[in-house]
Design a protein around this ligand. Structure first.
Ligand code: BCR
Ligand code: FE2
Length: 528
């Protein structure tokens, strides 16, 4: 009984914002160099008036920040006050549809009602409930989900600023909330344009930082450049994807058989079903891995296939001796999305299960096509891996991954190693349930796992912060926001030494904090 009580957690409870900074109670010793702000994003409001969302990913965004300043930590949180938030609050009910919840606005009162323009006038304008992550374009920070709208935010006050429409700069209807960044300050992202001029495409784009101070007021998205567009394997069934990989010379995009059915989507509004019901995993199909050469801005000619899988998060990718190595967290099917329906997140959580544990898989893509190689030959020449890429009849390669570890999600690395060979992955341990009880440091070379866990503690995605003048990959700290299902225990920001994975400090706040999704660490602002 006691054990069951401990596991209780109200995934669907609305959480209050804490708009003014509160000082956390710091235990342990924070490194003096640790200054800056950890921004986190995730759902915080699940019902408005008498109406409720169906899915946890639909909840209205609540932004959180933890600011490290002179040995102290300050916490605050604010709802993202976008059009979605305002319209829902004004109507005192949910009037804007989300992926898992179809809503029916009152045509006289709602700004979303005028825009019945998309997909043959069949569905209303889209949500700007940017609940998934924080993206940096130039010097600007945006809250994002995966629609064409992102919301600029003030990363220090968490104030909601202008709404930006990707469609003004590039034709994309769905865009990932996991971009990549390079050392020059460029941001790379990709999106799908659905049935535009008779074509469905995946488009990779680059957003350079602002050129100079005179351009300060201009949004850097105005300088967006398309890197490459890839036709979708099927006009009416584009693949859903949540992230992609990037090395110095390549972009890796996994076209998985977890697909949107555009025809079903176009009628979903009238059929009274949510958009998520138009998303289907086809276990009998295969997965196509695209490798795009950043220098030529074209896909490489070789086709890389693998078995049907579902991936949300890429871990990292890098080049090694004529191969591209790409690590991802993959599933056998799409049961993760179902697990997060709020009806399934009712107690007891232990009965709500994934069909299998997510696994960290390493794919190795040989860059030399070896025209003369015989069919059936494995073209992977790296000694360090058991991953294979076997030549098939039409010259394509069929890839079998190496399983690096199992039961892990929300991967993060030291981002200075993005695109380079990395050794450590910071991950959340997942048994089959939506109960995150452990965070881990995974050493890819030795397969050793270091763990942090504590009774009644649910840690969030880890974020690595390098120490100044760091030499080794794990010189720094990792941060996690820990919520406590036990109401007598306060939530806290956990600071672990990235090398030893031992706790060095925690900053507790007496706040009814909700589990979040993703975060971004901002080093101190120069004028501070
Ligand atoms: C479709 C479509 C649309 C819509 C869209 C939308 C509305 C979207 C949204 C989206 C979204 C919004 C998304 C999100 C996603 C997310 C994800 C994918 C996540 C993941 C997660 C995970 C992985 C988890 C994990 C965890 C936790 C958190 C805790 C517990 C434990 C674990 C670890 C499990 C439109 C109209 C435009 C049109 C076209 C089509
Ligand atoms: Fe994500």
């Amino acid at each position: 009984m006691l054990r069951l009580q401990k596991m209780q957690y109200a995934y669907n409870k609305n959480r209050e914002e804490v708009p003014e900074p509160i000082k956390a109670d710091v235990q342990g010793s924070l490194p003096a160099w640790l200054q800056g702000t950890l921004l986190r994003n995730g759902p915080g409001v699940f019902s408005v008036g008498e109406t409720s969302y169906n899915h946890w990913f639909d909840g209205m965004a609540l932004l959180h920040s933890f600011t490290f300043k002179e040995g102290e930590v300050y916490y605050r949180s604010k709802y993202l006050r976008g059009d979605t938030y305002k319209c829902n609050m004004e109507a005192n009910r949910i009037v804007v549809s989300e992926m898992g919840t179809m809503a029916y606005p009152d045509p006289c009162k709602n700004i979303f009602s005028k825009a019945f323009t998309y997909l043959s006038h069949t569905i209303p304008d889209f949500t700007d409930n940017c609940v998934t992550n924080i993206i940096k374009y130039g010097e600007d920070y945006y809250a994002t989900s995966e629609t064409n709208y992102i919301r600029k935010i003030d990363p220090y006050t968490l104030e909601t600023q202008e709404k930006v429409d990707y469609m003004k700069y590039v034709t994309v209807n769905l865009i990932t909330s996991h971009p990549h960044y390079d050392k020059q300050g460029n941001t790379y992202n990709m999106g799908t344009s659905i049935a535009d001029k008779g074509k469905t495409r995946y488009t990779i784009f680059k957003v350079p930082p602002k050129a100079d101070d005179s351009a300060k007021k201009k949004l850097c998205l105005k300088n967006l450049e398309v890197v490459c567009s890839i036709p979708c394997r099927s006009l009416l069934n584009p693949s859903y994807y949540h992230s992609f990989g990037m090395t110095d010379n390549y972009i890796i995009f996994i076209e998985q058989p977890f697909k949107l059915d555009i025809l079903k989507m176009a009628t979903a509004y009238f059929r009274g079903v949510n958009w998520a019901s138009c998303l289907k995993f086809d276990a009998d199909d295969n997965t196509l891995i695209h490798l795009i050469d950043r220098r030529t801005q074209k896909p490489v000619p070789t086709k890389f296939y693998t078995d049907a899988l579902v991936v949300y998060h890429h871990v990292n990718a890098y080049e090694e001796d004529g191969h591209v190595v790409c690590d991802i967290i993959a599933y056998k099917d799409s049961s993760l999305y179902d697990m997060f329906y709020l009806a399934n997140l009712q107690e007891p959580l232990k009965n709500n299960k994934l069909s299998s544990k997510p696994s960290c898989r390493r794919f190795v893509l040989p860059l030399q096509s070896e025209k003369d190689a015989a069919i059936g030959n494995d073209l992977v020449k790296l000694k360090s891996t058991t991953a294979t890429a076997v030549k098939e009849k039409e010259g394509s390669l069929f890839c079998h991954p190496e399983i690096l570890c199992e039961g892990a999600e929300l991967p993060r690395i030291n981002y200075d190693f993005n695109g380079k060979k990395h050794r450590y992955v910071y991950i959340t341990g997942v048994e089959l349930t939506p109960v995150p009880t452990v965070v881990m440091k995974f050493d890819v070379d030795t397969r050793q796992m270091l763990e942090w866990k504590e009774d009644n503690c649910w840690p969030s995605e880890l974020v690595f912060v390098p120490s100044p003048n760091a030499i080794e990959e794990d010189d720094g700290v990792v941060l996690s926001v820990v919520v406590c299902p036990d109401p007598n225990k306060a939530a806290f920001l956990l600071v672990l030494d990235a090398k030893t994975f031992k706790e060095i400090a925690r900053a507790s706040v007496d706040v009814d904090m909700h589990i979040d999704m993703h975060g971004y660490f901002i080093p101190p602002c120069p004028q501070e």
